[in-house]
Ligand binder design. Structure first.
Ligand SMILES: Cc1cc2nc3c(=O)[nH]c(=O)nc-3n(C[C@H](O)[C@H](O)[C@H](O)COP(=O)(O)O)c2cc1C
Length: 379
């Protein structure tokens, strides 16, 4: 019997739990068509808004890599190094809603059983702005979107009522989610920012607003490094830079920490894990913490724009994992989802050695000075 990798998430059936995140891989009709042809279980479109969008002059994204012995980390030394992260200051889609709608329709006609999630964003400072959320939601679902993901988390917005500034405000989290839920006939996912002190609060706020799932996380606020020769930021326009977003391998453990907080607080809610996934072993972390799907951004960008090889590895890795675990009777994600959720506990709950076994400072350990010689009986 063939292995069934399909999952059900917020009432939708996915051929597999691997989605392309809202990012350049999902910025166009041709990309999304290629992604579905490659086998991705779903895609989240590049975020669609109603306000005019003009990106900065020059590159919008660069990739930070380790070179040589790892002492050099740079965005500007070619592609041979080992990937550390992506850094971007790309805004949401610069294509208007009218550009997107016929394309969503055509994609859904070509791939009716693949899940297309429309990522949407508007302001939140007035009733007019809240109505923009509803307009975006109505239009995308009428065009055939299977779900909506609310971008409450874009890190590069100056407007105080937009992007990650929404997810930093508990009231706005609930109000925006509620406004969309008033008109939504499809599941609504809310994408949160990692740039707050307690993401559990924002998750609670969007769930109170009616969100069907939380997606986490968006990129982490960060700066490009300074080039020690030129004394310029490695990414800049006319010498200036602004805070952008870090994605890719570097954020996997950071994003997992955020996810663990939320899945422990809301074990019965749905979560889509994002951040640093390029292999099944990475995705597995999110599943064991309780996520029902994962999303991939950076890794797909670096693999022929839509990640066909990444997807192949994720699917193969998942299939092999299920085969290896067959003796436990695991046949689907539901059989192991959340298995390690309750293993993340307060530090005070971690066992201490008993008095006899306590070596405090004497065990040899990487990163610490050589242990002192054991005291001689005469000392
Ligand atoms: C160049 C770039 C553009 C992005 N644009 C969006 C966007 O329009 N909307 C959104 O919700 N997230 C956006 N993201 C964030 C990704 O969806 C994802 O949350 C983040 O990159 C972390 O995943 P990763 O480590 O797999 O890259 C963007 C990321 C990158 C690298």
């Amino acid at each position: 019997m063939g292995i069934d990798l399909s999952v059900s998430f917020t009432g939708l059936r996915f051929a597999n739990p691997f989605l392309l995140a809202s990012a350049p891989p999902t910025e166009s009709e041709s990309n999304i068509m290629h992604a579905f042809a490659a086998g991705w279980g779903g895609v989240v479109t590049k975020t669609i808004g109603l306000h005019p969008v003009v990106n900065v002059a020059g590159p919008k994204t660069k990739f930070l890599r380790f070179f040589g012995d790892g002492a050099t980390i740079s965005m500007n030394r070619g592609r041979q190094g080992v990937l550390h992260s992506s850094w971007n200051w790309e805004l949401i889609s610069d294509k208007p809603l009218d550009w997107w709608l016929p394309r969503i329709e055509r994609i859904k006609k070509a791939f009716p059983s693949r899940v297309l999630v429309a990522s949407i964003m508007a302001g939140s400072g007035s009733d007019k702005e809240l109505e923009h959320w509803r307009t975006l939601a109505r239009s995308c679902q009428e065009a055939g979107a299977d779900a909506l993901e609310l971008n409450l988390s874009c890190p590069h917005m100056d407007r105080p009522d937009m992007g990650s500034n929404i997810a930093k405000d508990l009231g706005l989290c609930s109000v925006v989610t509620q406004a969309v839920k008033e008109v939504a006939r499809v599941p609504v996912w809310a994408k949160l920012t990692p740039a707050t002190s307690d993401i559990v609060l924002e998750a609670g706020a969007v769930f109170r607003g009616g969100a069907d799932a939380v997606s986490s996380t968006n990129t982490f606020p960060s700066l490009p490094l300074v080039d020690p020769q030129s004394l310029e930021f490695e990414m800049n326009v006319d010498g200036y830079v602004s805070s952008g977003g870090l994605g890719g391998p570097a954020i996997l453990p950071l994003s997992l920490a955020k996810m663990a907080q939320m899945t422990r607080a809301f074990p019965d809610k749905a979560f889509s894990g994002i951040g640093g996934v390029s292999e099944f072993a990475h995705a597995l972390n999110y599943f064991l913490l309780g996520c029902g799907t994962v999303q991939v951004g950076t890794a797909a960008m670096l693999d022929r724009a839509v990640g066909p090889s990444v997807l192949k590895r994720l699917v193969a890795g998942y299939g092999e994992f299920l085969e290896r675990q067959a003796h436990r009777g695991w046949q689907s994600l539901e059989d192991f989802r959340g298995l390690l959720r309750d293993r993340v506990v307060a530090q005070s709950q971690i066992r201490r050695p008993d008095q006899a076994g306590y070596q405090g400072g004497y065990e040899p350990q990487e990163g610490y000075a050589e242990p002192d010689p054991a005291p001689s009986p005469r000392d």
